[in-house]
Design a protein around this ligand. Structure first.
Ligand code: PLP
Length: 411
């Protein structure tokens, strides 16, 4: 018998497991509102035209080869992605205080970043506590212990009644966090709630972060997807960067460039303003990020980084990308309006205004786990058990069907 015979089965991932169940369902007309991936109004995966063109150019370029990238990735990619999130006239970048490494999409950036903090962030001699919002993207909860920091702690985030941010409770919990704790913040388009702090609330969060000496870790998986505007969606990060404090940023190009499976993202460590010998400190930080990566996966894949450089580093491509991004965000916005209208028109009990008030890829409908299970067994409509709908999974031709099924589930 195998030495592995006693291995206990791990629980399925709540999001990817859901997709397996959807694929196994043979009912015609089944609908997947689970995984956060953009779909066209025909329900098809979408390759951005600008991405396709850059890929064709790469394929035709005789200089393209398949050599290894450096451990921390393509240098041009590092600079362009840091500029995308921090802005072109960023003081921290100009002062050499930003250290960026290519990463295996947003997840890889989080994993490397948290491991780096576990190794080097010390305030009273011990590794930091990491705080994540409740609710949050489920993988945050896996990444923190896997990076060796034990279970993540939580701060309150959602006001379940309004579907908005419970800023009072959030600030109270952050105020109670020990000095030096890491606070994971969603830069925009909070997953799963679709509720973001207002600009004024971000200022209040920054005040507490500074007063308590907390370390913000901004997870940016949806830049451009929230409002359709890359700069507007980076406002929270830029507010914190302008404050000149230490912070860490993860970025993903999965959603905003549609490069999900290419695993392309970035991790940036921003050193506080006024750090003496900043070039020495930045060099040391880079060396330690590489020391985390090398034994884990050695070096990142090249193709996605080259696509991102082709899009970000060419003004015509960049302009086209911004239009395509606004188009994707616009389709999601249209689906919000259409679903809310259909629920109102068919008389579904309840106030569904949160569907249009929320932002980003998801709507946190407030449907109970029981109602979600009913939608799946009775109507073959799949969503995560917390009632989160991926709005991009809806199409003009399925909105009515989903609204009617939701009415059935609620009644
Ligand atoms: N962070 C959040 C909040 C997310 O929703 C996601 C993807 O769903 C990610 C990070 C990372 O995704 P990826 O690793 O595909 O970039």
């Amino acid at each position: 018998t195998s030495v592995f015979a006693g291995v206990p089965e791990a629980p399925p991932d709540p999001i990817l497991g859901l997709n397996s169940a959807f694929l196994a369902d043979e009912t015609p007309g089944k609908i997947s509102l689970g995984v956060g991936a953009f779909r066209t109004d025909e329900g098809k995966p979408y390759v951005l035209p600008v991405v396709k063109r850059v890929e064709q150019q790469l394929a035709a370029d005789p200089a393209t080869n398949h050599e290894y990238l450096p451990i921390d990735g393509l240098p041009a990619f590092q600079k362009l992605s840091a500029e995308l999130i921090l802005g072109k006239d960023c003081t921290a970048m100009n002062e050499g205080r930003v250290v960026t490494s290519q990463a295996l999409s947003g997840t890889g950036a989080l994993r490397v970043g948290i491991t780096f903090l576990a190794r080097f962030l010390r305030t009273s001699g011990s590794p930091p506590a990491v705080y994540i919002p409740t609710p949050t993207w489920s993988n945050h909860r896996n990444i923190v212990p896997d990076a060796g920091l034990g279970d993540a702690r939580t701060y309150r985030y959602l006001d379940a009644t309004s579907g908005g941010v419970d800023i009072t409770s959030m600030l109270a919990d952050l105020s109670d966090a020990p000095k030096g704790s890491v606070i994971v913040l969603h830069g925009c388009a909070h997953n799963p709630t679709g509720a973001d702090p207002s600009p004024a609330q971000w200022k209040e969060i920054l005040t507490v972060v500074r007063e308590r000496g907390l370390l913000p870790f901004f997870d940016n998986a949806y830049q451009g997807f929230a409002s359709g505007d890359l700069d507007a969606d980076a406002a929270s990060v830029r507010l914190f960067a302008d404050a000149g404090i230490d912070m860490v940023l993860s970025q993903s190009f999965a959603k905003n460039m549609g490069l999900y499976g290419q695993r392309i993202g970035a991790l940036s460590v921003v050193l506080a303003a006024g750090t003496p010998d900043v070039a020495v400190a930045a060099k040391a930080v880079r060396s330690q990020l590489k020391a985390v990566v090398r034994p884990m996966y050695s070096s990142p894949p090249a193709h996605g980084a080259r696509i991102a450089v082709g899009v970000l580093g060419d003004s015509a491509n960049y302009a086209e990308w911004k239009k395509e991004l606004a188009g994707m965000a616009g389709r999601i916005g249209d689906m919000r309006t259409a679903l809310k209208a259909a629920l109102d028109a068919n008389g579904t009990p309840g106030d569904w205004s949160r569907i249009v008030n929320q932002i980003g890829m998801f709507s946190y409908t407030g449907l109970s786990a029981q109602q979600v299970a009913y939608l799946r067994t009775k109507h073959h409509i799949y969503m995560t058990s917390n009632g989160r709908i991926s709005m991009a999974g809806l199409t003009t031709s399925t909105v009515q069907q989903v609204a009617d099924a939701m009415k059935d589930a609620v009644e």
